[in-house]
Design a protein around this ligand. Structure first.
Ligand code: FE2
Length: 233
């Protein structure tokens, strides 16, 4: 359970605690105070805090398009998802417990994407293992969705795509089991020298895994020295 440090008021006392981010977590109830007339626990909404309570999760991304049907087909195929609701102007796509992770909005007057304008650069989806990341890559390829850029960033191994409108999508697996180890790597001299990563060939990695090479060995980033972003950015 992730937590954040926050000031909590309990009766006449105010103290700093690690407050669980997930407010449905039972421990969250401990940081409420009694309302004085019953055992009912209530949040002190007037308590001051040095930071705002964080959301429990990132819920969804909505993409605006002038190409609704092609985008809906692409994203349902890409994510192995399903359309939960759609009409002539919008569609909600789900692939897990959330009712929609991606929505596509065909709002009137939408102009083509300007690749170099400000705004969302890409959306990243995490897979549970390198093998499932590579399996999804292979399945997309079989369905006519080619990758744009396979790269081992260091903290993650990632395969990028571009959707029919030109939006970038990242599929990734964490290279470190321990998030603190990933943070350590991002503070290392190797990452300072090259925060972009080392390109790899997914077909070669599929072959190596099929021949028995451990995922952990492949996920150790090759150090290729300083480099810049690819030309397509
Ligand atoms: Fe990313």
């Amino acid at each position: 359970m992730k937590s954040c440090r926050t000031w909590v008021a309990n009766g006449n006392f105010k103290f700093m605690l690690n407050l669980p981010v997930d407010t449905s977590h039972p421990e969250y109830q401990l940081f409420f105070h009694r309302d004085g007339t019953s055992d009912k626990m209530v949040i002190d909404f007037n308590a001051t805090s040095d930071r705002v309570v964080s959301p429990s999760k990132l819920a969804h991304v909505v993409l605006r398009t002038n190409n609704l049907q092609e985008m809906v087909t692409y994203y349902t195929t890409f994510l192995g998802g399903q359309v939960i609701y759609e009409n002539e102007m919008l569609a909600f796509i789900s692939y897990d417990e959330e009712h929609h992770r991606i929505a596509i909005l065909g709002a009137p007057g939408t102009q083509p994407k300007q690749k170099t304008s400000c705004g969302l650069e890409h959306i990243a989806f995490t897979f549970t293992s390198l093998s499932t990341l590579l399996l999804s890559y292979r399945q997309r390829k079989q369905k006519g969705i080619p990758p744009l850029w396979p790269v081992n960033h260091g903290p993650t191994t990632s395969i990028y795509y571009r959707d029919p409108d030109g939006n970038m999508i990242e599929t990734q697996v964490d290279n470190f089991d321990d998030p603190d180890a990933a943070t350590e790597f991002m503070k290392s001299e190797h990452f300072a020298e090259n925060p972009i990563g080392a390109d790899f060939d997914p077909e070669d990695w599929i072959r190596q895994i099929s021949e028995g090479k451990p995922e952990a060995a492949l996920k150790i980033r090759e150090e290729v020295g300083p480099r810049g972003l690819p030309d397509f950015f």
